[in-house]
Write a protein that binds this ligand. Structure first.
Ligand code: PBG
Length: 331
């Protein structure tokens, strides 16, 4: 029987700050964050990315300072994206398996300086290395060819593992790449290297600033809808995730983040692997534009969005706000 007295039963626990804290269901900590960093050639070079206010590309020496900052803030992992010099981009993307490419040099430098104090994740996809900005190799008709691309991705992954990457993150969306990379890593003596698959990666309008940052945007012909997911689909995303897990992914990612919280929740409910979200460049840039336009306070906007990922079921979040949020969480 329900009590007859009028009730503020839902609100009662919200009256005081201590009580709100006591009843809080989800928490965000610096250990939930992965910081994406852009790398350029040269020394003592910092290049701000115009479409990502507050984000820069760093030469390897300065990148080390950023990584030191991450360690100090308790951020457990960084992920690296190279802006490859123009003369090293090609139709075959061969720079992707050059042991001295920018990514590998950055990985070795971080490892040398900081040992195992922080995890190093590397993206696997050919877009920073192709002359046309696609994630895969093109056939004669200009179509992104799945199977020839797989060989290139395996070479890229092994190259990064050899340099010392801890997590390989295939973001290319070719079919079969997780299995092929897993097999390549095992055969290459890298059984302990993890795979975090960009399993549900959508053909999104929110990647624009990232493509500026890695220098693939201007050269990209067409779009990526022949290999990335249709934003209208959710069952298909779950099929992608299931396949990647079967093929050997240790964890999976949903990307972009905020518009796809339903996919994160569904993946979390259905599968028994950690689910991550990527709060992508366009999401970051829109918050920054909103803050600049006086729409809200940066801290409040960012923290609300980040806790939404935890509420949806994420084990962690890739975000350009990682150091900003970690500083706030440190109090
Ligand atoms: C490319 C890649 C992209 C991002 C991460 N890896 C862009 C794309 O698919 O074109 C996007 C990240 C972001 O927007 O912050 N393989």
């Amino acid at each position: 029987m329900s009590p007859s007295f009028p009730s503020t039963r839902l609100r009662r626990t919200r009256t005081h700050g201590w009580s709100r804290r006591l009843h809080r269901e989800n928490v965000l900590t610096p250990a939930d964050l992965i910081w994406p960093l852009f790398v350029i050639d040269g020394d003592a070079a910092q290049q701000p990315v115009a479409s990502l206010p507050g984000v820069s590309r760093w030469s390897v020496d300065l990148l080390l300072d950023r990584v030191g900052e991450a360690i100090e803030l308790g951020i457990p992992c960084v992920t690296l994206f190279p802006n490859t010099p123009d003369d090293r981009r090609s139709d075959s993307a061969q720079e992707a398996w050059n042991p001295d490419n920018l990514t590998c040099r950055a990985v070795r430098a971080i490892r040398e300086r900081y040992g195992d104090a922080i995890g190093i994740m590397c993206d696997v996809a050919l877009d920073p290395y192709t002359s046309h900005g696609h994630d895969g190799l093109l056939d004669d008709s200009g179509y992104v060819a799945n199977d020839t691309t797989l060989d290139a991705l395996v070479r890229q992954a092994i190259n990064q593992a050899e340099a010392g990457a801890d997590i390989i993150a295939p973001s290319d969306m070719m079919d079969g790449r997780v299995g092929a990379i897993r097999q390549g890593l095992e055969q290459g003596g890298h059984a302990n290297v993890q795979i975090m698959s960009y399993a549900a990666k959508y053909a999104s309008a929110f990647y624009g600033p990232f493509r500026d940052a890695v220098g693939s945007g201007d050269r990209l012909k067409g779009d990526k809808r022949t290999y990335q997911l249709d934003p209208a689909n959710s069952d298909e995303a779950l099929r992608e995730i299931a396949l990647d897990i079967t093929e050997g992914a240790d964890s999976v990612m949903v990307k972009p983040g905020l518009a796809y919280l339903d996919i994160i929740r569904a993946a979390r409910d259905r599968f028994d692997v950690p689910v991550f979200a990527y709060q992508v460049s366009g999401e970051y840039a829109l918050i920054e534009a909103g803050v600049a336009a006086g729409i809200g306070d940066r801290e409040a906007l960012v923290m609300e969005k980040l806790i939404a990922f935890k509420r949806a079921g994420c084990a962690g979040i890739l975000t350009y706000y990682a150091p900003f949020a970690a500083r706030i969480l440190a109090g």
